[in-house]
Design a protein around this ligand. Structure first.
Ligand SMILES: [Zn+2]
Length: 429
């Protein structure tokens, strides 16, 4: 595909007229899926250049940082782009007003806030076009998985989807939920893990009748035990999706293999080291995201607080998009006395694979630099001898790190849901 054709796609889909927007954007998705990796890269560079040109002109924070060589020229200077500083969550709070378009009052916009790990609320603004594009991305994935967006039950109130999908409110009685599922002819559902479990428990208890085609869980840690439970009760596949409030949906878990397919239409995703340079293919690093669609508050090289790595090779599932393996939240690290750290999610995944059916639920708590505790609820194949194997397994994960004491505690139940999310790792240091 010639570069001029790619430019035409970009020009068409960045039109802001409501009437064209949806079909143009959906068309961009299907065209992108037929492109070679090189063509997708050209498409992304072209969008990066347009975004930087706009941000330089309209956003005070970016006017100072973006130089002319990034906004002009026939070929995009990716090396210079990689010299732009990483936009951290702290910078987002500090430069709040400067990151928003000049004369915001002239625009029609929606505001939403999220309180991150720092506890200080972050503010985001976006216009209607941004919301429509976010919704179209979700729709593309939902269509790909095999259902109509209008019959999609959404269990998290979501500002950009509120007029399109069926929102399932909380709290809701089982009678009202059953009525909603039937009246709206809901064929698939999405929600955070705790709400999917709520739905599954009601189905299991015979209070709700619901046979979805598939179910999508948020990007929380979904243990094998929970996934198997949901798949058994719903009698359909369960997928994870990847994204956050600030960026909207970034990708969908590959239905055939591991990792998330990241959409090239919404964003440019990089995996970088501590100096903000791209790591070599397949190496682990910080995930930073540049969102193409938010004209009122463009996020450029934004550190979303996750770590991961790219997976090489084409996929057989039908989604022709790069695959990213998500390692975990940056904060979810077990810390050692010498300053080194180890991904808690990696340890949890290891336990999950090795002790499937033995552990029903688990949580790791780091009490000090010298001590961690694994709390677990026993599964149906649990025997007392397994406690020693669990401890030995965790010690084997820490080989090469300074000594740390591991305590394994069996509990009858584990209430680790906070604000609707399962906290699988808690650090008290
Ligand atoms: Zn795939």
């Amino acid at each position: 595909m010639a570069i001029r054709q790619i430019q035409k796609i970009v020009a068409f889909e960045t039109l802001s007229a409501d009437f064209f927007l949806h079909s143009a954007y959906m068309r961009a998705f299907s065209l992108l899926n037929d492109m070679t990796p090189q063509e997708q890269r050209e498409y992304q560079f072209h969008r990066l250049q347009r975004l930087l040109h706009y941000a330089h002109r309209a956003i005070p924070y970016w006017s100072k940082l973006i130089s002319k060589d990034l906004t002009h020229g026939d070929t995009f200077n990716i090396k210079n782009f990689e010299r732009l500083p990483i936009l951290t969550r702290e910078a987002l709070i500090k430069h709040d007003a400067d990151l928003v378009v000049r004369n915001i009052k002239r625009h029609k916009f929606r505001t939403w806030t999220t309180s991150g790990s720092t506890g200080i609320p972050k503010r985001f603004v976006g216009n209607k076009v941004y919301c429509q594009k976010m919704a179209a991305s979700e729709e593309y994935f939902v269509n790909f998985l095999g259902t109509d967006f209008r019959t999609y039950g959404y269990m998290t109130p979501n500002i950009h989807l509120k007029d399109i999908v069926t929102l399932i409110p909380r709290p809701i009685s089982t009678e009202a939920l059953q009525k909603l599922l039937r009246d709206k002819n809901i064929s698939a559902a999405q929600g955070p893990l705790s709400r999917l479990l709520f739905l599954a428990e009601n189905i299991e208890a015979g209070k709700i009748q619901f046979k979805p085609k598939f179910v999508v869980s948020g990007s929380e840690f979904l243990s094998l035990e929970n996934k198997k439970y949901l798949e058994r009760v719903f009698q359909c596949p369960v997928y994870n999706k990847y994204g956050c409030v600030e960026t909207g949906v970034l990708g969908l878990e590959c239905p055939e293999r591991g990792g998330f397919h990241i959409t090239p239409v919404n964003c440019y995703v990089e995996v970088v080291d501590d100096n903000a340079h791209s790591v070599s293919r397949g190496a682990q690093g910080k995930i930073v995201v540049t969102c193409f669609n938010n004209r009122l508050m463009p996020l450029i090289r934004y550190d979303i607080g996750d770590t991961g790595r790219w997976i090489d090779g084409e996929c057989v599932c039908g989604l022709n998009m790069p695959r990213l393996f998500f390692e975990g939240r940056k904060l979810d690290y077990i810390k050692f006395i010498d300053g080194r750290k180890c991904s808690a999610l990696k340890v949890m995944r290891g336990i999950d694979n090795k002790f499937a059916n033995i552990i029903a639920k688990q949580q790791i708590i780091q009490e000090s630099l010298n001590k961690i505790v694994l709390k677990f609820v026993p599964g149906r194949e649990y025997r007392p001898i397994h406690e020693k194997s669990m401890r030995d397994f965790i010690y084997s994960q820490f080989r090469g790190f300074p000594e740390i004491f591991v305590k394994v505690v069996m509990v009858s139940s584990l209430n680790n849901v906070r604000n609707g999310k399962h906290v699988i790792f808690e650090s008290r240091i």
